[in-house]
Design a protein around this ligand. Structure first.
Ligand code: TMP
Length: 219
């Protein structure tokens, strides 16, 4: 998708299961970077640009069976291509850091481990959609997950407005996700780091900061 080199900006992604506190930690890291004078952009996937947010709505709302798993993988990659070209690449080119709530590891975990698409197929799709663009650092928050998965019979009537389609996918699906991110971290030790989500918000934020400061040599 791009062969540009981003020399100053860094691309950092957060991953983890539902309710592990990712979004809070994304905000915390953004605040700490601002305090250190590092200009940055907070964003998310699916979504993160106008077009990608339209695709997000197709994915996170509505009936659990509304897409074939391959359609779902394609939609996540379509959202990603939009997000990279409209938001992430321009920011990195401007020397900003980009802190993103979920990225391609979520596709490997949810559409791969969870929905059964072969990981090699998803990696090929990632290659085509993004030019094999991966983060400088992926922080995998581990533990303390809320069991947000709800049984189908409990499906709520406002499924067309609430963004909880994946949470409604049921216990079997969520069981398959259980160790997916740890497995991904083990297979990508140079890019991924696992951070314990145990303790207070500030304790976790401190662990994240130590990791980021060490990796990028920040004072
Ligand atoms: P969020 O609630 O963290 O914003 O993410 C929305 C949902 O989308 C979450 O349940 C995980 C799911 N998801 C995928 O299934 N595949 C993906 O590639 C991404 C980025 C998210």
């Amino acid at each position: 998708m791009t062969d540009d080199k981003f020399t100053t900006g860094k691309f950092i992604t957060f991953e983890g299961g539902e309710g592990v506190g990712k979004s809070t930690q994304v905000k915390k890291l953004v605040e700490l970077l601002i305090n250190k004078g590092i200009n940055n952009v907070r964003t998310r996937e699916p979504g993160g640009s106008a077009g990608a947010e339209e695709i997000r709505a197709l994915l996170v709302k509505g009936g659990v069976d509304k897409w074939h798993p391959m359609t779902e993988a394609l939609l996540h990659n379509a959202s990603r291509a939009e997000h990279l070209s409209s938001t992430v690449f321009p920011a990195l080119k401007a020397g900003k850091w980009v802190i993103c709530d979920r990225y391609a590891d979520s596709t490997l975990a949810y559409q791969g481990y969870g929905q059964g698409i072969a990981v090699d197929t998803l990696l090929a799709l990632h290659n085509v959609s993004t030019g094999d663009f991966w983060p400088d650092l992926t922080i995998i928050l581990n533990g303390n997950e809320l069991s947000r998965a709800v049984e189908r019979e409990e499906e709520i009537s406002d499924q067309n407005t609430k963004e909880d389609r994946y949470e409604r996918m049921g216990a079997d699906f969520h069981a398959k996700l259980q160790n997916s991110f740890l497995d991904i971290a083990q297979k990508n030790p140079n890019r991924c780091a696992v951070v314990s989500a145990a303790g207070t918000i500030d304790e976790v934020a401190q662990r994240v900061w130590q990791l980021v400061a060490g990796k990028f040599d920040l004072k």
